[in-house]
Design a protein. Structure first.
Length: 465
């Protein structure tokens, strides 16, 4: 195909992609929160998931075809936060259409109505201005200090119940997903370690090394939407759950049939969960390892799935391939982990590919970049699964990981407190934003006051103790 034909192909693909994106958005729970919702919400969560899986598969096919025919992939124009700022700024300009001056073009206007319209415009403008101010804050420079404060969250169980009540009573739909994950976490007391990194950064290889057995398939493209969870069990086996059919228990040798793109392209089998049990030594009871779907070439779907998973994660191991350049996405992932209340550790994987001085240079570079972007130092360790460099992996495991595994109960509790604290902040921000909507303002004010009164009671109890 010539250049114009390739460009036409990309433009058509983009249009198809936008239409599919709209279909998925229309099915989302957020869609019916708008007073202008076009459709009634008749899809079940399972139907939403299956549709999203199908769409993810079609998007992957388009990406593959573009690569095959050599069509250029359009690069993102800007960051999403910046785009959101311009959209909100444009919404502020659109408020002008409500001014009496414009309305008079549609007929005579009484003085009372003119005053009313000015009031409506001022109200919306103030709400949009607050949103804009929030978006303009930029990267959260004070995040580490804030997280440390949040770790002191007290009485987290009653607090979470109160938050659940507020979210339900006030229909804060956007927060329901995180809430149900937090409630689920509260029931189990396990510690979850997520392994993150681009496709082929060595996640599955590292887990296999830690488990002491080739449990996970290596060198394959994983099914993006489905993380593989691994925990201690009496026998080696895998449980596979599906969107539409009953679960299946299989031997580990059959895992690739469900967890890889090669044998389950586009998640055609509609797998929703994969749980592996192994009787391996380095897996203490109560700790779950999670092999997450790769970011990278499948960035857009993968990132959404990763974000949905983050509220469950207590510790994130982020692998950066020693043979590749660390990308802004790698750093952004660490930031997202911290924002979700998880701890993070960065591993420079495949360190055997570098000689000792180069290895040190890469580790220093990653450490310095992370420190600059996060405003706090973060641990970075070189690792390798090759026998020749096995001492690196052992050193990391003994020095950094083992102490955390030994105290995993406390680590999980601290992470849970940070997560509930962060969630509470999100609830407060949402309530504050809704205070700008006068019809409902008193109800939100009451909810906010209840939250803050709870704080004062705790504080008083602490002082009295
Ligand atoms: N040299 C070297 N290669 C590795 C190492 N770890 C993984 N690999 C290779 O990198 C490729 C991708 O590994 P895999 O574990 O499937 O990566 P994942 O996609 O992140 O799960 C495979 O070909 C592995 O053999 C390592 O420590 N050193
Ligand atoms: Mg893998």
């Amino acid at each position: 195909m010539n250049e114009s034909q390739l460009r036409h192909l990309v433009v058509s693909f983009r249009h198809i992609d936008e239409l599919l994106g709209e279909a998925v958005r229309n099915l989302s729970a957020e869609a019916d929160a708008s007073p202008f919702a076009r459709y009634t919400q008749d899809a079940s969560p399972v139907q939403r998931k299956v549709v999203a899986d199908h769409v993810a598969g079609i998007r992957r096919a388009m990406a593959r075809i573009m690569d095959e025919v050599g069509a250029p992939r359009p690069a993102p124009v800007s960051g999403a936060l910046w785009a959101a700022q311009s959209q909100v700024a444009a919404a502020r300009i659109a408020i002008d259409e409500l001014r009496p001056r414009v309305m008079r073009g549609y007929g005579a206007l009484s003085d009372a109505d003119a005053v009313r319209l000015d009031g409506i415009a001022a109200e919306l403008d103030a709400a949009l201005e607050r949103l804009l101010a929030y978006l303009a804050q930029g990267p959260d420079a004070d995040l580490p200090a804030r997280l440390q404060r949040l770790e002191q969250t007290r009485d987290e169980v009653p607090l979470l119940r109160e938050l659940a009540r507020i979210v339900t009573d006030h229909g804060l739909v956007g927060l329901r997903g995180t809430l149900s994950l937090l409630l689920e976490r509260l029931e189990g007391d396990g510690f979850e370690i997520g392994v993150f990194g681009r496709v082929s950064s060595g996640k599955s290889s590292l887990l296999n090394r830690l488990l002491g057995a080739p449990v996970l398939p290596v060198g394959v493209t994983p099914v993006t939407a489905v993380p593989t969870r691994i925990r201690l069990g009496e026998h080696s086996r895998a449980m596979i759950e599906f969107a539409q059919s009953p679960p299946l228990t299989i031997g580990l040798e059959r895992l690739p049939e469900f967890s890889t793109e090669q044998q389950n392209p586009g998640n055609r089998k509609h797998v929703t969960r994969i749980l592996v049990e192994v009787p391996a030594g380095r897996l203490p009871p109560g700790v779950t390892w999670v092999d997450t779907p790769g970011l990278g070439s499948l960035a857009t779907d993968g990132a959404a799935e990763t974000d949905a998973y983050l509220p469950r994660c207590d510790l994130g191991l982020v692998l950066i391939d020693a043979g590749a350049v660390p990308t802004p996405e790698d750093f952004a992932l660490v930031q997202r982990l911290l924002r979700a209340g998880a701890s993070a550790m960065v591993l420079v994987s495949k360190a055997d590919l570098l000689d000792a001085p180069d290895r040190q240079r890469v580790v220093d570079y990653v450490r310095q970049q992370l420190g600059a972007q996060l405003g706090t130092p973060l641990a970075v360790y070189p690792v390798s699964v090759k026998d020749a460099a096995a001492s690196l992996c052992e050193a990391w495991f003994d020095e950094a990981l083992q102490p955390l595994l030994r105290t995993h109960g406390e680590q999980a509790a601290a992470a849970m407190r940070r997560k509930i604290g962060l969630f509470r902040e999100a609830v407060e921000r949402t309530l504050e934003a809704r205070l700008g909507q006068p019809a409902a303002a008193p109800r939100y004010a009451a909810a906010l006051a209840a939250l803050r009164a709870g704080d004062e009671l705790c504080e008083a109890a602490r002082r009295a103790a």
